[in-house]
Design a binder for this molecule. Structure first.
Ligand code: GLV
Ligand code: MN
Ligand code: MN
Length: 473
């Protein structure tokens, strides 16, 4: 009985495709003078397949995709299996070349903007319509893995190959993007490329005076990688709202839920609100043996106390969705026998509820002031680097993705993203949606990060079918 129902289901879907295909085919043939002339000349109708002919024609070349993931991982500044690929470094430049080459091999026309966001376009047969965009990032934080972001870039190029092989012809153009610096590693700014695309005037201004840990300016670093513009005016990167009809990002979940539940695909409905804060305490320092304990104002201890306060305030929220991390803690001068005269912390805190996240930030600030007073150190910096609101996916795109999962017979569930992504900013200028695939134990931002070829292929198929639907919409 079940088997019969399933066969009827597949048959109905196939009919939908055939009808869809014939309707679009007829409409296009009517419009295309060349085809009409060829038909008149040859005496029989010429039909080019437009929609993927059948779901089985959506075949992912998993071997070559895995090979690309492995090859890209070799452009790294740390030994395998870890990956370190920092913005505008030599390895980043080589990796960018690798991506552009793959885009060209897939027949995409490639362009780059002033900060190195890379776009590859497959022209649709109605190229004046706003295109559909998909992609992610390939920069990697120190000692991380080879799947974060990469699956969404290489997977997007493969999704285009899948559609091409299936005979699909896009109505709206389809574009793949590789975003510049989703990770905040070099300049302390996350989602740098997508923030600019979304029109952040504040960031364009800030980048004029931003330097990295080696005092290299953003524009110098960009120039090294072959980017930048003569006037230093990054507003040319901004995109107008509506430049794209939809944006879809394929990504590993970076959490354990899909794998634990045995669900193939996560359809993301919202992305948590991230914030990052820089804090510096300054004290007098001194000799670790000779300076007596009551006389000290130890900047390192102030930082340690603040790190514990971050944990306390996060836990006080009472929600599992509130998180906080002190990922950077630097002591100066950094000698075993010297009392730290300066301590610098960088704090990351996030929540799906923006006001609850903001309350945590306020409490951290109050604690920093109180600790400075108690320990007689100076709170010389308390800078909220970013305090972004959460983003919601667009219901019509999530529906298209869910439909793609149903048609491909893949289990799926709606979920939120606790990690941030370029989608957070693309949502400001385009309807957005994300597709998650399972990853081993939810590991990410470490070398053990892993997704199986089967899970990646599922994600690519769902992406390809979602893009096909959005292209024809
Ligand atoms: C992205 O890399 C994040 O930290 O969520
Ligand atoms: Mn990441
Ligand atoms: Mn990522």
């Amino acid at each position: 009985m079940m088997a019969l129902r399933f066969s009827i289901f597949i048959f109905t879907i196939s009919l939908c495709f055939i009808f869809d295909f014939q309707a679009i085919s007829a409409q296009r043939d009517d419009e295309d003078v060349t085809i009409k002339t060829m038909e008149e000349f040859s005496g029989y109708p010429i039909h080019e397949p437009i929609y993927p002919n059948s779901l089985s024609s959506l075949s992912v070349n998993s071997d070559s995709l895995q090979k690309q993931i492995d090859e890209l991982a070799t452009f790294s500044d740390s030994p395998a299996p870890s990956v370190t690929r920092i913005l505008y470094s030599e390895k980043d430049v080589l990796a960018r070349r690798y991506i552009k080459n793959l885009m060209e091999l897939s027949g995409l026309s490639v362009r780059e903007d002033a900060v190195g966001n890379i776009f590859g376009r497959w022209n649709g047969y109605e190229p004046e319509l706003a295109p559909v965009l998909t992609g992610s990032h390939i920069d990697a934080i120190p000692y991380s893995g080879k799947y974060d972001g990469v699956v969404g870039v290489l997977g997007a190029i493969e999704a285009i190959n899948v559609l091409k092989r299936s005979g699909f012809k896009p109505k709206r153009s389809l574009e793949v993007i590789m975003f510049t610096s989703e990770e905040p590693t070099r300049f302390g700014i996350s989602c740098l490329g997508s923030r600019l695309l979304a029109g952040s005037v504040q960031l364009a201004e800030l980048l004029k005076k931003t330097v990295d840990g080696q005092n290299i300016s953003f524009s110098e670093a960009a120039k090294f990688a072959g980017y930048g513009n003569a006037k230093g005016d990054l507003s040319e990167v901004f995109l107008k709202k509506g430049s794209y009809s939809a944006f879809v990002e394929l990504h590993i979940e970076q959490g354990p839920i899909l794998e634990k539940e045995g669900t193939s695909i996560g359809v993301v409905t919202a992305i948590a609100a991230p914030a990052s804060i820089k804090v510096t305490f300054e004290g007098n320092g001194g000799h670790a043996g000779a300076a007596l304990m009551p006389e000290r104002n130890d900047a390192g201890l102030a930082a340690a106390e603040l790190a514990l306060a971050v944990e306390k305030h996060v836990l006080e929220s009472g929600s599992i969705d509130t998180v906080g991390t002190v990922g950077i803690l630097k002591l100066h001068p950094g000698a075993i026998n010297s009392i730290p005269s300066m301590a610098h912390l960088e704090i990351d805190t996030r929540d799906i509820d923006e006001s609850r996240r903001n309350l945590v930030i306020e409490k951290i600030h109050q604690s920093a002031l109180a600790i400075a007073k108690k320990r007689k150190v100076i709170l010389s910096e308390f800078e909220i680097v970013n305090q972004d609101p959460p983003a919601l996916s667009d219901e019509s795109i999530t529906k298209a993705t869910e439909l793609a999962c149903q048609e491909l017979n893949l289990t799926h569930k709606r979920m939120i993203s606790r990690a941030y992504h370029d989608s957070l900013f693309m949502a400001r200028i385009s309807p957005m949606d994300m597709i998650f695939i399972p990853c081993y134990k939810g590991y990410s931002h470490k070398p053990e990060e892993f997704s199986s070829v089967g899970d990646i292929a599922n994600g690519v198929k769902v992406l390809a079918l979602t893009l096909a639907k959005l292209s024809l919409s």
